[in-house]
Design a protein around this ligand. Structure first.
Ligand code: NAD
Ligand code: KPL
Length: 302
């Protein structure tokens, strides 16, 4: 069965090139004819891994193609996922498998509601990649991919991921994993933007980090996610230390003038806090400061 990849950016290209390298059938779905022409002019995707560059002439098509889609990896940003899936929804066969790679929460449910006949599988990824220049993906950080859905039954094709060297594990508690990553991102990323600093420099903002973690634990518990709340502050400190020299993904988005995924991180969390009657003054204050910061920079605040 063919892997269709919707969104040939950083993670989409990283998955596509590794699947293609393993000899698996892959098709890129690009937004429109202009993107398709640009891709064809480039002649394929380049994977840059450990200083080695390899080009893969992966077949591509635009969203307007009529080819049926049985297995789809959605590798767009959270704010683009719903519109991107809508653009190919009529091509999905009944029972199609749709892997959702988006960070944060909220976009997955929106996509799943739109395609009720598909099996939506959520992915939480800690791998790191960036594209520079376009169609050239740099594999920047080893990580892991947790996959899961509501049926709890692993799909039979996980061995294809093993063959492609994509580190992964099926998990029965994918939502806890997504909530946990959301909480880590909410504790670290906004502060790195507001203090204009590396993750490691947050060690000097210990009180602020602790206050956020305390509230995050309360919200996670109120939302029925105690598994994602356990030991959160310790893990946040471990991540800050382990990634001390790095700039968070949100810091990098802002630094490059790109839209952030704030609505699917702090925005989602603060909305859930309201829904569950859980006051979260610190989290709301940080969200407001971040929103003002984005507006001042001329960036979307949603
Ligand atoms: P990206 O911006 O590099 O790639 C997204 C791609 O989707 C772009 O090429 C864009 O043109 C394409 N796209 C947008 N709308 C489209 C449409 N309608 N049709 C077709 N293509 C469309 O983003 P990314 O860094 O790969 O991130 C994807 C998701 O993975 C995000 O939610 C991100 O937070 C998450 N993530 C990324 C990394 C990483 O290292 N890059 C790590 C972990 C998680
Ligand atoms: O995932 C991250 C990011 O930068 O988005 C870490 C390194 C965990 C910081 O929150």
């Amino acid at each position: 069965m063919c892997w269709h990849i919707l969104g040939a950016g950083s993670l989409g290209s990283l998955w596509a090139t590794r699947l293609a390298r393993a000899g698996l059938p892959v098709r890129l779905i690009l937004r429109n004819e202009a993107r398709l022409a640009a891709y064809h002019a480039h002649g394929g995707l380049v994977l840059n891994e450990g200083g080695q560059r390899q080009t893969f002439a992966i077949p591509a098509q635009s969203a307007a193609s009529a080819e049926p889609v049985e297995r789809l990896l959605v590798a767009c940003k959270a704010y683009d996922a719903e519109r991107a899936v809508a653009s190919i929804a009529s091509r999905l066969v009944d029972g199609a498998e749709v892997l959702l790679l988006q960070n944060g929460l909220g976009s997955q449910d929106a996509v799943a509601a739109m395609i009720p006949k598909a099996r939506c599988i959520f992915v939480s990824s800690t791998e790191g990649a960036f594209c520079n220049p376009p169609w050239n993906v740099v594999f920047a950080g080893q990580g892991f991919n947790w996959l899961g859905d509501t049926t709890q039954t692993p799909p039979p094709w996980l061995d294809e991921l093993s063959a492609a060297g994509i580190p992964h594990q099926w998990t029965a508690d994918i939502l806890d994993r997504l909530w946990r990553k959301l909480a880590l991102n909410c504790a670290i990323n906004p502060l790195t933007v507001l203090h204009a600093c590396t993750n490691g420099a947050l060690l000097r903002q210990g009180e602020e980090v602790r206050a956020l973690c305390d509230e995050l634990v309360q919200v996670l518990n109120a939302c029925g996610r105690p598994g994602a709340a356990t030991g959160l502050h310790d893990e946040v400190n471990r991540v800050i230390q382990a990634t001390a020299a790095n700039y968070s993904s949100m810091y990098q988005d802002v630094a490059h003038g790109r839209r952030t995924e704030i609505s699917y991180l702090l925005g989602y969390l603060c909305a859930k806090a309201v829904e569950h009657g859980c006051p979260a003054p610190e989290l709301n204050r940080v969200r407001e400061r971040l929103t003002a910061h984005l507006v001042a920079k001329g960036l979307p605040s949603d």
